[in-house]
Write a protein that binds this ligand. Structure first.
Ligand code: CA
Length: 230
């Protein structure tokens, strides 16, 4: 990971300044935007590896902008970390539901933010294992970050992809949320367990058109299991 390119979208100059100092010191290459319009222009000049997106922005809100990025074919795979002053649990979950990969609540420490950025980048980087994994008509190509069902390409988010990769390589075993976090999120202590549920839901949604959502099974009171049996 050499100097990952990160776009900061934040309207408050002092926070932008703080982010610039902390992140450039951590070795990231940065671009900055004060609103979503500017951010949009910068993104299409050069696709960032990650977007740090403030929730409350003048004009279009961060959450609307995230929604737009996730709907666009070109930008949908760029991971997003939301910066939010909102502490309501419902808002956090809403952020994750629309496709943000993580959120950080203000005020945050630069150290915590950097840890989260690294965790998101780690799980959105291409997996090295080139072997194709197959379950029924579902095929996962780790090195190409590609999923096909019945030879048709299936869109799947970066976190769901890693989650599915983990499940396909660890079938017929039950994992609790902490274990799933450790394996898929690299043991990032800042991620809450219910984040796992959100991504499980998204993974099932990607598979349900083919009836493969049932491969991802909930084991009551324990956690989750991936199984093609029964
Ligand atoms: Ca703001």
């Amino acid at each position: 990971m050499s100097n990952p390119y990160i776009l900061i979208v934040e309207d408050e100059a002092p926070i932008r300044e703080m982010l610039r100092m902390a992140l450039s010191r951590a070795g990231f290459t940065l671009m900055e935007a004060g609103d979503t319009q500017q951010a949009h222009t910068l993104i299409f000049e050069r696709l960032p590896q990650l977007v740090l997106l403030d929730w409350m922005l003048p004009g279009m809100s961060g959450i609307e902008f995230a929604n737009r990025l996730k709907k666009d074919e070109i930008t949908k795979d760029i991971p997003i970390i939301m910066l939010t002053a909102k502490t309501e649990e419902a808002d956090k979950i809403r952020g994750l539901e629309i496709g943000a990969d993580d959120y950080v609540t203000k005020p945050f420490s630069p150290r915590e933010l950097i840890a989260r950025i690294k965790a998101v980048l780690r799980r959105t980087m291409p997996l090295s294992d080139a072997e194709c994994l197959t379950v029924k008509n579902l095929k996962l190509f780790p090195s190409e970050h590609r999923l096909t069902i019945d030879d048709q390409d299936v869109h799947i988010g970066p976190t769901e992809f890693r989650l599915l990769h983990f499940f396909m390589t660890h079938q017929d075993r039950v994992y609790n949320r902490t274990q799933v976090l450790d394996h898929v999120w690299g043991g990032n202590v800042y991620i809450e367990e219910r984040t796992v549920d959100v991504h499980i839901r998204r993974l099932r949604k990607s598979l349900d058109e083919w009836g493969y959502d049932s491969l991802v099974q909930t084991v009551r009171g324990v956690g989750y299991r991936f199984s093609a049996k029964g």
